[in-house]
Design a protein around this ligand. Sequence first.
Ligand code: MN
Ligand code: MN
Length: 466
Amino acid sequence: MANKTKGQEMLSALSYTKKNVFEEASTEKIKAIYDYSDGYMTFLDDAKTEREATEVAIAMLKKAGYTEYVLGDKISVGDKRYLNQQGKCLIAFRVGTEDIAKEGIRILAAHIDSPRIDLKQIPMYEDSGMGFLKTHYYGGVKKYQWTAIPLALHGVVVKADGEVVKVVIGEDDKDPVFYINDLLPHLGQRQSAEPLGTAIAGEALNILIGGLPYADEEVSEKIKLTALSILNDKYGITEEDFISAELSLVPAFKARDIGFDRALIGAYGHDDRVCSYPAITALIDTENTDKTVMVVLADKEEIGSVGMTGMQSDVLVDVINEISANLGKNSAVVRSKSKCLSADVTAAYDPNFPDVYEKRNSAIISCGTTMSKFTGARGKSSTNDASAEYVGFIRKLFADNGIIWQTAELGKVDAGGGGTVAMYIANHNIETVDLGVPVISMHAPYEVVSKADVYSTYEAFVAFIK
Ligand code: MN
Ligand code: MN
């Protein structure tokens, strides 16, 4: 190869360009990236809701020697514990030998709820030969995307006597699935002229559940009765039990490789299980460290991080208070020394929709885990804008550990925006910045990520907590 000119040397010394993780990787590294994705795809299929993700993560933690913690338990150095917050949010921690009043706690905070279709409390009815369930969607969905695809029913029903019944229908290949009707194009002339946001009304997201009339002439709602009798046979539930239930419809699709080269993964709910899985595996894979580390898998991010299981809950500070008190440290001091990665996804630049991105400051797929110094909308409203010092700390950490990463803003200025849990954690006086996987078609029933970015995120988390 010819010697570089002075200008070429200057250019590589002074300018910044993103790197493609696959291009930089050896054959062995690419194999490691693909192998890691197999584990992630199994997690995706086993954990489609926050309750299931909590259960699966607890099973992984238990296997790694973690035991359940409840507020008030004694905590000592070397402990590996997890707090199960109402079965929908998880706080796992490992207490290291370092002084947390000097070094703080390293926190990875992801979320395990995803956009979906929830059932109403009195959902069941029949009309014109079909049985239906009424719904209210959860999180930011483009409603038209949820029609005419196979859906699975997940959740719990609390019966009159308090018994909790778990429901999963539509995941086994032999199971039936559910469905939201859409209009045929032949009669969709007016619908096609509607804006996408209003073409399907919220109250039109009714779940098709059956069509077999109950064999009794004296009954008026025969199809509804057939459905109720099947549910009663299988789960022992009645119509009134829906009132104390949390039942959701999620896409029945399994996670699959996308593309001839299998470099990408298609799945429901990458946001934000694509950061949750790397967070949990990074915690499990970094044994015997000095640092005190914590992984939070929160619920309710998609509707504002509210409630007892959302990231605005006091439970995070309660656990930090307890760890601090047990180690004889001041919790306020511990928090002021702690560092957090808000582990959430961002939008990957999509060349099919270039208008909404500013390409220089967008995440490019396969260019590694992506830091967003700030999120929010309209003049950086509603965001944690991380300090240059903290971004500098992370930058050096990743450089020292050979992590390929990138920085991004979610879309063009004033094109829209979004938020994460980062600001709620930063409100507790904890240094926080967003880092996670770029996603194509975020919040669609089937989203796409690059295996390279999933692995890069895992490597970044390991570097942060090891
Ligand atoms: Mn998210
Ligand atoms: Mn989201």
